[in-house]
Design a protein around this ligand. Structure first.
Ligand code: ZN
Length: 115
């Protein structure tokens, strides 16, 4: 896999250490860490992380509309904080009230208190 820029313009973000997860959607060329894309294609970065957290069963996104709402909420948080890194985005996703966590904080506290 080369890091040479390709002619394509469709990019996707895949979770990666050091935020080096940008790739070409058409030819899979790895672009690695691209702060310009972090800012310019922020929606794609949020989508990529949300998608993999959902696929990995860390969160449950009920449907596409919910996903779009979450994505927009996270984008606003990123812009407010001027943070576009994976760690910040994942923290915001985990705080997102629109995610369908089946059990809330109280549930877990009660579960653990009886042990
Ligand atoms: Zn390409």
């Amino acid at each position: 896999m080369s890091n040479e820029p390709c002619e394509h313009i469709n990019v996707q973000y895949y979770p990666a250490l050091n935020d080096a997860g940008w790739r070409c959607l058409d030819c899979n060329t790895e672009f690695g860490f691209r702060p310009d894309l972090d800012k310019g294609q922020l929606d794609m970065k949020i989508f990529g992380l949300l998608h993999d957290l959902n696929e990995g069963h860390f969160v449950y996104v009920a449907n596409g509309t919910t996903g779009a709402v979450i994505q927009e909420n996270i984008r606003l948080e990123c812009e407010k904080a001027q943070r576009y890194d994976q760690q910040f985005i994942i923290q915001q996703i985990m705080k997102e009230p629109n995610l369908n966590f089946e059990m809330d904080d109280d549930y877990y506290k009660k579960r653990w208190q009886i042990l």
